[in-house]
Design a protein around this ligand. Structure first.
Ligand code: L34
Length: 246
C-alpha cells in the first residue's frame, strides 16, 4: 500500500524467496490513495480464492487506512503473518498453526545455534504486537525468564545488563550499546533503521556489543532474511492444511 521505500525492498525480497521455493506469488501494488473499501474488497476476493493459500498485507499502510480492520479481515487460515487476533490468541495458549515470522525467525536462530533458553534471563526491548509481545511469549514457552522493556522502563541499561539473551526490537538506531551487554550474552538485533545517509543499522551498536556477546546477529543479514524464511514456512503449512481440507 502506497510507496514506502523500505517496504518495496522487503516485498521484493519476499517475492524472490517465493520464486526460489516454488511458491507462486502475486503482488497487488495499490496506490497511496486506495480507499478502505477497495482494500477490503481485494482481501475478500483473496479470502475466497481457492488458489490462494496465504495473504499478507505489508505494513505500514497509509495513515488514512484502518490497519486493525485489515488484519481482522484476513482469513485466519490464510494469515501467514499470524497477526489476526485468532492466531495471536492461539500463540498465547501455545496451541498455534502459524507463528509470526520475525519472532519465529529469532527462535530458529537461537535453536539452530545450539543455545538453550531454559532458565535463561531473556530481555526483550520493545512491546509491539508484531514483534515484542509475541517474542516474549515464545521465549516464555521455551522456558526462559522473560522481561519486556519499553519506552517507560526506568533503567534500561541495568535490565539489559542482566540478560543472557537480548532481543532488541524498538526501532531506535543503536540504542543498545556494548556497555549494556553482559559478557557472553546472546544478542539478537531485530532493528532495521535507515539513517539519513541510507546506511542500514540495527537497534544494537554492533561493534561494541560484539566484543561482549558470545553470539550476535548482524544487520543486514541477520533477522531480516529469517523473517522471510519463516514466511515461506507458514505459506507451505497453509497450503498443506488447505490441500488436506479439499
Ligand atoms: N505484514 N509487514 C507484514 N509482515 C511482515 O513480516 C513485515 N515485516 C516487517 C515490516 N512489515 C511487515 C517484514 O517483512 C519487517 N520485515 C522485513 C522483511 C525483510 C527484511 C527486513 C524486514 C529484509 O530483507 N532485510 C534485509 C535487508 C534489506 C535492506 O537492504 O533493507 C536484511 O538482510 O536484513
Amino acid at each position: 500500500m502506497g510507496d514506502d521505500p523500505a517496504s518495496r525492498i522487503y516485498v521484493n525480497n519476499k517475492k524472490k524467496a517465493c520464486e526460489y521455493c516454488g511458491i507462486r506469488s502475486f503482488e497487488y501494488a495499490m496506490p497511496a490513495e486506495t480507499t478502505q473499501e477497495e482494500l477490503m474488497a481485494l482481501i475478500e476476493k483473496l479470502n475466497n480464492d481457492d488458489s490462494v493459500d496465504g495473504i499478507l498485507c505489508q505494513l505500514p499502510i497509509p495513515k488514512h487506512l484502518d490497519e486493525k480492520a485489515v488484519i481482522n479481515a484476513i482469513r485466519p487460515d490464510k494469515d501467514v503473518d499470524a497477526f489476526h487476533p485468532a492466531n495471536v490468541g492461539k500463540i498465547m495458549i501455545g496451541d498455534y498453526d502459524f507463528l509470526p515470522c520475525t519472532p519465529a525467525g529469532v527462535m530458529e536462530l537461537i535453536k539452530e545455534s545450539g543455545i538453550d533458553i531454559t532458565g535463561k534471563e531473556c530481555v526483550v526491548i520493545g512491546r509491539s504486537n508484531i514483534v515484542g509481545k509475541p517474542m516474549a511469549m515464545l521465549l516464555l514457552h521455551a522456558h526462559g525468564t522473560v522481561t519486556i522493556c519499553h519506552s517507560r522502563t526506568k533503567d534500561l541499561a541495568e535490565t539489559v545488563r542482566r540478560a543472557d539473551i537480548v532481543v532488541a526490537a524498538v526501532g531506535v538506531p543503536e540504542l543498545i550499546t556494548g556497555d549494556m551487554i553482559k559478557e557472553g550474552a546472546v544478542v539478537i538485533d531485530v532493528g532495521m533503521n535507515r539513517l539519513a545517509d541510507k546506511k542500514l543499522v540495527g537497534d544494537v551498536e554492533f561493534s561494541g556489543a560484539s566484543e561482549k556477546a558470545s553470539a550476535i546477529t548482524p544487520v543486514p543479514g541477520g533477522v531480516g532474511p529469517m523473517t522471510i524464511a519463516m514466511l515461506m514456512k507458514n505459506t507451505v503449512k497453509a497450503a498443506l492444511v488447505h490441500s488436506e481440507n479439499k
